[in-house]
Design a protein around this ligand. Structure first.
Ligand SMILES: [Zn+2]
Length: 355
């Protein structure tokens, strides 16, 4: 199953609205075939692994990270392909998070006389599916919040300088996270100040969407997100007060836009995020700044915090990672699930205790 997970990981960032899935065909400890789902509309991992194994699949075992599909979508049901290939045993990583389908494949396969083993390495397999599962269950994207701070929790000095607080190992890890998500979100002021390109390096391969909040429609169109070669992967969020001709300014550049609601404190993220999920943005990496991070945290819309902490101190004039006053009693409580030294920096992953 670990090998099947490795196969599945190749599809991360590419498969939405489908999940990343990997499959292997194995007989007598020999690997006969493998497959991974590359893109919605293209074959699922199971038929690819079965095709790779060919006739040798007869009487073999199939290992797959997610319960096979059993309904006709853009491709025929995988349960039928498994039956037709003569597979003897199926090992499944985790159950389909869609309540309408959960467990149905188990029954279909068992009725066909196939032995089914459920929840193999299920923690790892569920982790792979966490964004897909959240959208299936709630209609809201999975939001990872990346923070790159000094030891005293600052993301820039008093003058606004922020490059670079963290070291090259941390920044390379951020690139790896960018390659696995559907979209990258940053706050308006960060865009204005840092003019980031928000694409993973190297430039070829996966190009996540860049979500650009521009409530008043006043961000300069010379910013990289509006003018570089990836501008067709920018989605601009225009608030109600953005001028009507702003859309005509974005269209010729090929920049996508949508009108979004706003309140007195800013954009209404609780209403906006489900709209992003409908556009197949299931996993969103938020890279700050302080106000956006505070807004998403206060709305309980952050599912994990990826915290890079550099051995540096920026003092009280520096910009805080979370630009909000939080009372002790209302402080979000977190649970640490990973901890690692990256060069001179520390990396930790935290999950909110409420989720
Ligand atoms: Zn399938």
């Amino acid at each position: 199953m670990r090998l099947a997970v490795e196969e599945a990981r190749k599809g991360l960032g590419f498969t939405a609205p489908n999940p990343a899935v990997g499959a292997l065909v194995v007989k007598d400890d020999h690997l006969l075939g493998k497959g991974w789902h590359a893109k919605a509309g293209q074959p699922h991992a199971e038929p690819l692994a079965l095709r790779d194994a060919g006739e040798a699949a007869r009487g073999a075992d199939l290992h797959v990270t997610l319960e096979p599909c059993c309904t006709h979508g853009k491709t025929p049901p995988c349960t039928e392909a498994i039956k037709a290939a003569g597979i003897r045993r199926v090992f499944i990583g985790c159950t389909d998070p869609n309540p309408a389908h959960a467990g149905r494949a188990y029954a279909i396969l068992r009725e066909a006389g196939i032995e089914v083993f459920e929840e193999i390495l299920s923690g790892t397999c569920q982790e792979l599916l966490r964004a897909f599962a959240r959208v299936q269950r709630t209609g809201i994207p999975y939001v990872s919040l990346k923070l790159a701070t000094s030891l005293d929790g600052r993301i820039a000095d008093a003058a606004g300088t922020s490059r670079w607080i963290t070291g090259p190992e941390s920044r390379e890890r951020v690139q790896a996270f960018r390659r696995e998500v559907d979209a990258i979100l940053v706050g308006t002021e960060t865009l204005r100040r840092d003019n980031p390109s928000l694409q993973p390096r190297p430039a070829e391969g996966h190009r996540p969407w860049r979500i650009v909040p521009d409530r008043t429609g006043s961000l300069p169109l010379t910013l990289k997100v509006f003018s570089d070669e990836n501008r067709d992967r920018t989605l601009c969020l225009l608030g109600p007060e953005a001028p009507a001709d702003r859309e005509q300014a974005l269209d010729p550049a090929g920049v996508a836009w949508m009108r979004v609601p706003a309140g007195p404190e800013g954009l209404l993220w609780a209403e906006i995020l489900p709209e992003l999920a409908k556009r197949s943005m299931h996993h969103i990496l938020c890279e700050g700044g302080g106000k956006l991070s505070a807004d998403l945290l206060s709305l309980r819309l952050v599912q994990e915090i990826l915290w890079f902490q550099a051995p540096m101190l920026l003092g009280q004039g520096g910009r805080p990672a979370i630009a909000a006053d939080i009372l002790f009693a209302e402080a979000p409580r977190l649970r640490r699930t990973a901890f690692e030294a990256l060069g001179d920096d520390l990396f930790a992953r935290y999950l909110p205790t409420s989720s």
